[in-house]
Design a protein around this ligand. Sequence first.
Ligand code: SF4
Ligand code: SF4
Length: 385
Amino acid sequence: MNANVPSGAVPAPVFPEITGNLGFGLMRLPRVDGKIDIALTSEMADRFLAAGCNYFDTARVYDGSEEAVREAIVRRHPRGSFLLATKMAPWAGCESREQAVAQFETSLERTGAEYFDFYLLHNLGPGRTETFDRFGLWDWALKRREEGRIRHLGFSFHAGPEELDAILRNHPEMEFVQLQINYADWDDPVVRARQNHEVARRHGKPVVVMEPVKGGLLATPPQPAVEILRRAAPDASPASWALRFAAERDGVAVVLSGMSDMAQIDDNLSLLSSGRFRPFDAAERETLKDALAAMASVPTVPCTACGYCEKACPAGIGVRGTIAALNQLTLYGNETRARNHEHWNVAKAGKRRASECLRCGACEKVCPQRIAVRDVLARAAAAFA
Ligand code: SF4
Ligand code: SF4
């Protein structure tokens, strides 16, 4: 891995109405007996606003989150004192345009927000972008923006730079892109965060960062990396390195963090609240490079995700997604996350699982990295059984 961390001054705000560098992701709110804890969420929102930050990010597919926004934020603070982003996800069970656009009205009702400062077409990528095209939702969203019910229009994205480039060429009216950016995925051959970021910037689009701590994995990176980070800054949490890496990318409008308790709020605000963000200095940049090198020395499968094996495979095995999940398990040791990763990148992507490999060896004949794919898949089949 090579972060190739750039130098740079504190970036200028790309949406001047956003204050602070931190956005409050509302997907992992605290719960009591399965229900969102409105009292604690209110307290967390108050602390966040008091620190000079104002961007809240929810989505209709975050269970109970939009209703919690109404109780904890909209009913308790003047509408102009915060910015609210939510998202439309027609790929989650909509069979008609009417059902898809009803999501917008439902989100307005649930949140009581009257309008959305930022509205996103949620999770574009293979098998999902097509739904937005089929239901004519790009033009529909533009009309809502003209009416003022949406102030800024963008989309979140989980796929590669080629598809991102195509979307932005077809839809220059989109004002921003929400991308997965963190130091571990920056040069990852599957996520290709750096390339996605470059495409967005080439099209002049500001970037809202999601997953800056890789869903929490970079709060506990591999031990060799932890030791390097701790030696350089004993009081800085590993997550703080990840947040600062994300915040100092070019053109970043805000860095979202899905916060679940007051300690996370305080830790994140200490780094990214209004006026607090400090880009890495030269020594810190070297430290992060060393930590990445230490992570790269952890023995993972050297797959570049070129996909040749999958083209040759008679069984439709999701080799790339399987290897990426196995590598994640090796690096972070988090079995639940690795299993989710495998499910999302293999079964959900319409590919067959490692356990269905025929062991014919066609993949190994074309793999430029000479990976013993059959043995790797056998390991994965056992790990993800
Ligand atoms: S060995 Fe398995 S993964 Fe490789 S080509 Fe054959 S069926 Fe596909
Ligand atoms: S051919 Fe080899 S390097 Fe390319 S995706 Fe398959 S396993 Fe990875």
